[in-house]
Ligand binder design. Structure first.
Ligand code: ADP
Length: 653
């Protein structure tokens, strides 16, 4: 009998319909339960149909075939046995008559029947595997295509994120499974009806049909109830199960292994795993044991009633009322009726639960995109030109939070200018860059590019305007060359262009020393000889990517956080020389870098508190002056005279 999957996660998106408050409320409840079920079910059907029309048609054919064949097989066997019994009763027959006896034809029919089952089963299981792969690909493709347009804000929402992860993990294999199960119900119904007809048409045995059904139903219901209980238990214990996964995962996590070893954390995490397991296992054991007790109870009842029926049928063979083939047919029919009822009830539960998971996919696919052009036709950015950027009274609050991260920020960047954003951690600098690049929209105020609201621009055209290196820039398990080329995948860049970008970022220095140079695979995820770069080397590669992109506006968010001060200064000076008068915005916690900027914005708690050039701000003796003098003192004491000279050189420019 098909058992619903154990240990499945409850879809977090699923809202259980509110139970009916009164009998009058029952239609509402049923409508919600069944309406929701059919909505999900048709979604699945459409999805599988779109993957390949042949898939649901094949599944339906197999379901019908599996429903009809058992009774045909039983009837053929009955006839064979009855014919053999007739021979025994009439006495031995000459061998020559065997050819014309019905036994031969029945045996041929049985062989053909078995062959047919074998062929259909093998073909359908091969096609099922192909269909499974195709459906997974279809769902993944839908998810990947959709994820291209999901707002960044949605990724900040924990519930959405979980929904997306679940859709990714679950939605691939579920649809086909649910469809197979549903069509399996058709098989069970056909099988049930056909064997009921057999029993009902048996002289004097029709009442047995109802007793068999009567005995099977409670057992099947118990099965169904416990599947649901298990399912709910898995949902309620999801925290413990996630903890178990997390704690066991910590011990094999590549990034954590150093700390786990050096701080001797392994036993502590193993202990935590056991604690979580104990909490999870306690309730589960009780469930398994009580279900087991019920199953034993019903098995005994089923066993005893079956024994009574078998004796009754055998007695009729004994008295000559039935033939031996009838015995096998009717006892088989009793077993088949019971099994079909159990399968029917269990599958219904499984299908219902299975469709709930699809809610994640439906919700994910229906997620509305807000970062789109406000008006049609959308504006195109004039690429290759110089640009003006203007923030007009911009405020911003992350979705689902209560505090403005930026408040009434206004400033203008003239074409070709360099702007430095300065401020303590958490001041709002990265957020400002996310707004400038329209990864988010301001909650109030406007941002203009070349005099037009960012919202009027075509998104692709807008994004191509920026060459950006984030603090948490991407590290890709590709070759060195490919990592640089990702800066602009539309460009058919030659090796010279790649190497030129690498030299600009100074990454070329270490790349030239690699045995396989620009073809060196990075990270040891796929390739044994993959190279693990230091964080500073990765950073230089990310900067090379930005140079390669050769975008109109360069943005560097803490571009030098993982570089030593000398390397930082080298990159900044290089950057300043090579940026070709492109508008540049950078965030750096090392103020020596800010000195090269035409304009410096000092941000504190989301507010723009000072604005001006290095000289102007130093003369103001405000926050910038404080930050700068504190840092330069530290340079003198910590970094030595060499660095201080670089700093002073820049300041004196
Ligand atoms: P900075 O770049 O100056 O260090 P950020 O712009 O990264 O600062 O962050 C500004 C504030 O916004 C911080 O308080 C941070 O916690 C908050 N913040 C950043 N990202 C998010 C987010 N995705 N959701 C909610 N709050 C965020």
């Amino acid at each position: 009998m098909a058992m619903p999957p154990m240990g499945g996660r409850m879809p977090p998106n699923y809202q259980r319909p509110k139970p009916p408050a009164s009998i009058k409320d029952l239609p509402r409840y049923l409508k919600e339960v069944f309406g929701g079920f059919f909505k999900r079910f048709f979604y699945i059907l459409k999805l599988v149909w779109n993957t390949g029309h042949w898939i649901p048609l094949l599944l339906a054919f197999v379901a019908l075939f599996k429903g009809v064949t058992p009774v045909i097989g039983s009837l053929i066997s009955q006839r064979i046995l009855n014919s053999l019994q007739a021979v025994i009763q009439t006495g031995p027959q000459p061998e020559s008559t065997f050819r014309s006896s019905p036994i031969l034809y029945l045996l041929i029919a049985l062989i053909v029947y078995r062959l047919l089952i074998l062929v259909v089963n093998n073909i359908s299981s091969a096609l099922n595997r192909i269909a499974g792969e195709k459906v997974v690909k279809e769902v993944k493709e839908q998810i990947m295509t959709k994820s291209k347009e999901i707002d960044l804000a949605s990724f900040d929402n924990a519930a959405f994120y979980e929904k997306m992860e679940n859709a990714e993990r679950e939605a691939g294999h579920r649809p086909l499974h649910i469809l197979t199960q549903t069509l399996g119900i058709i098989s069970s119904v056909i099988e049930l009806i056909s064997f009921m007809v057999v029993l009902l048409s048996a002289p004097g045995l029709s009442w047995i049909t109802f007793v068999v059904i009567g005995v099977s139903i409670p057992s099947a219901i118990i099965n169904f109830v416990y599947r649901r209980k298990n399912f709910r238990y898995m949902r309620f214990s999801s925290k413990e199960r996630r903890q178990m996964n997390y704690f066991s995962g910590v011990l094999v996590d590549k990034d954590l292994v150093k700390e786990v070893r050096l701080y001797d954390l392994a036993d502590s995490f193993i202990g935590r795993y056991f604690t979580a397991f104990k909490a999870y296992y306690k309730g589960l054991r009780k469930l398994i044991l009580t279900e087991g007790a019920w199953q034993v109870f019903f098995s005994v009842i089923t066993g005893v009633t079956n024994l009574v029926f078998y004796i009754m049928i055998a007695k009729r063979v004994f008295t000559g009322e039935f033939q031996i083939g009838d015995y096998t047919l009717y006892t088989g029919a009793i077993a088949s009726v019971a099994t079909s009822i159990s399968t029917l009830i269990a599958s219904t539960g499984t299908i219902y639960e299975g469709t709930l998971f699809i809610d994640n996919l439906i919700a994910f696919m229906n997620e509305k995109q807000t970062i789109i052009p406000c008006c049609q036709p959308a504006e195109q950015v004039t690429h290759g030109a110089e640009h003006t950027i203007e923030f007009q009274d911009v405020s911003f609050r992350y979705p689902g939070t209560r505090k403005d991260v930026l408040q009434n920020v206004s400033f203008t960047i003239q074409p070709g200018q360099t702007l430095a954003l300065v401020g303590l951690n958490g001041a709002g600098k990265t957020t400002l860059i996310k707004l400038l690049t329209r990864l988010y929209d301001p909650t109030a105020g406007r941002i203009l590019l070349d005099g037009k609201d960012l919202k009027t621009y075509d998104i692709k055209s807008l994004y191509q305007t920026f060459g950006i290196i984030f603090q948490d820039f991407g590290k890709y398990a590709l070759s060195v060359k490919e990592n640089i080329q990702l800066g602009d995948i539309h460009k058919e860049g030659s090796m010279e262009t790649v190497a030129y970008a690498a030299r600009q970022s100074t990454a070329g220095d270490y790349i030239d020393k690699l045995p396989r140079g620009y073809d060196t695979p990075l990270m040891r995820i796929f390739e044994q000889d993959g190279l693990e770069l230091s964080i500073g080397q990765w950073h230089k590669l990310a900067i090379a990517r930005a140079f390669y992109a050769n975008s109109d506006i360069m943005i560097l968010d803490e571009p030098t956080a993982s570089l030593d001060p000398m390397a930082e200064q080298e990159i900044f000076n290089q950057f300043d020389q090579l940026r070709n008068n492109k508008t540049t915005v950078f965030v750096s916690h090392r103020l020596s870098s800010a000195t090269i900027a035409d304009q410096i914005l000092v941000i504190e708690h989301g507010q723009l508190i000072e604005k001006g050039s290095h000289r102007e701000l130093m003369a103001q003796k405000g926050k910038y002056y404080d930050l700068f003098t504190t840092q330069s003192k530290r340079y003198v004491t910590q970094e030595g005279e060499g660095n201080n000279r670089v700093l002073q050189d820049n300041c004196n420019k």
